[in-house]
Design a protein around this ligand. Structure first.
Ligand code: AMP
Ligand code: GLY
Length: 406
């Protein structure tokens, strides 16, 4: 069996490693740290299964184009991918499905005054989101009304995030621990994977700007397998049902970002793909035939249950200097082999390239993620950081508190 993984990041590297246990894998375009990389459009590559990693090609209809050629594809079509492509539409679907989320309203660029007036009605924690895709960076959460107002103006004028921000969703701030619940969906059924928690802020102590994710661990103790099933029944299954009711056959991962608020679990966001770096902690724990399960899912008949090891996993992202605002490229990366040699450690490459002398250099914001496995989260954390300490480049940015105190 031959599988084509689409994407260029650490998530795709983790997918390639997990799938390669039982299948031949190519990754397009991949990156200089993924051996199976093939720089060709997915449409030009023959495969029994296509697994689309990132949200942008899904929102852009890649899964539809591949299916139109008769391919088996893991990943929703453009219709289902709107759950991530438009936060306003996601909110509408969630409301129709009876899924609890933060109170909100959506505003277009012609509605600045109304948007500012709505902000004033919120009780002290303001959340302003771009409607469209912004690589995890389009969300402002602040206690400052002035900062929220400035952000609304910047987004709606197009200055903040271009067209992705010309429509905003403004919502009430919620509080509580966050959990990533990733479910495999075959159009009708939703099967939860083990829970994970990610660390979205750039700096230690959850300070600094939001990023795509600076680290993650799995499992998240408050959401064990039974609670994962319960949350899936309460939030994800009704969403899948609502999509079906609208004629949308959703096959792929539906990733619910949840906040466990004092009033109960509420939906923060839906992503239409594996999380990054959640994939780097969930996939290494997957013990069975990943290729068979994703194929069953993509074929609309998820009858095989995924199985996972009891080992915990911690992933620590190493980013380049300046991430997420202005990441610097071209720094030479040292110590990859030493890191990979740490027992229980895996290095998943993302923003890397090869320079003219054949050296691995930084070529993106999140450069790589190092995953450690161990009997407990604390053990896995020690392994991850031991391997991280072997990898160096000038200006390397790492949070030191991923999964600390868990
Ligand atoms: P999102 O991309 O919608 O998940 O938002 C990114 C991050 O912003 C989330 O992981 C939360 O930490 C935070 N966030 C989003 N919406 C809210 C909200 N309504 N209340 C508090 N924090 C939020
Ligand atoms: N780690 C968050 C995301 O993948 O969106």
């Amino acid at each position: 069996m031959r599988i084509c993984v689409v994407g260029a990041g650490g998530r795709e590297h983790a997918l390639a490693v997990a799938l390669a246990r039982t299948a031949e894998v190519v990754v397009t375009p991949g990156n200089a740290g993924i051996d199976a990389s093939v720089p060709a459009p997915p449409e030009d590559l023959e495969a029994d299964l296509y697994v689309v990693g990132p949200e942008a090609p899904l929102v852009d209809g890649l899964a539809d184009r591949l299916r139109a050629r008769g391919a088996t594809v893991f990943g929703p079509g453009a219709d289902g991918a709107r759950l991530e492509g438009s936060k306003a539409w996601m909110k509408e679907v969630a409301a129709a499905a009876g899924v609890p989320t933060a109170a909100h309203r959506a505003f277009d660029s012609g509605e600045v005054d109304a948007a500012l007036a709505f902000l004033c009605t919120l009780p002290g924690l303001y959340v302003v989101k771009t409607d469209g895709l912004a690589a995890g960076k389009g969300v402002l959460v602040t206690e400052s009304l002035t900062e929220a107002e400035d952000d609304v103006r910047a987004k709606l004028s197009g200055a903040g995030f271009g067209d992705a921000g010309r429509r905003v969703v403004i919502e009430e701030g919620m509080s509580g621990p966050e959990v990533s619940l990733l479910c495999l969906c075959d159009g009708a059924r939703a099967v939860p994977l083990p829970s994970a928690q990610d660390f979205k802020r750039a700096d230690d102590g959850d300070a600094g700007p939001n990023t795509g994710g600076m680290g993650a661990y799995s499992p998240f103790a408050a959401v064990d397998a039974a609670e994962g099933e319960h949350l899936t029944e309460r939030l994800v299954a009704p969403t899948l049902y609502e999509l079906r009711r609208r004629g949308i056959d959703y096959r792929g991962v539906l990733y619910a970002g949840l906040m466990l608020t004092p009033e109960g679990p509420k939906l923060l966001e839906y992503n239409v793909r594996f999380g990054d770096p959640e994939a780097q902690v969930v996939l290494p724990r997957w013990t069975g035939d990943v290729a068979a399960v994703l194929t069953a899912c993509a074929s609309g008949s998820l009858r095989v249950q995924p199985t996972f090891s009891d080992a915990a996993a911690v992933a620590v992202v190493c980013a380049s200097e300046g991430y997420p605002v202005a990441p610097r490229h071209g720094d030479v990366i040292d110590g990859m082999e030493e890191a990979a040699a740490v027992p229980g450690a895996h290095v998943f490459c993302a923003g890397v390239a090869e320079d003219e002398r054949g050296r691995l250099v930084t070529a993106g914001g999140r450069v790589l993620a190092v995953t450690g496995l161990g009997p407990t989260v604390a053990d896995a954390r020690v392994t991850a950081y031991r391997a991280v300490s072997a990898i160096t480049w000038p200006g390397r940015h790492v949070r030191t508190d991923i999964a600390a105190g868990v």
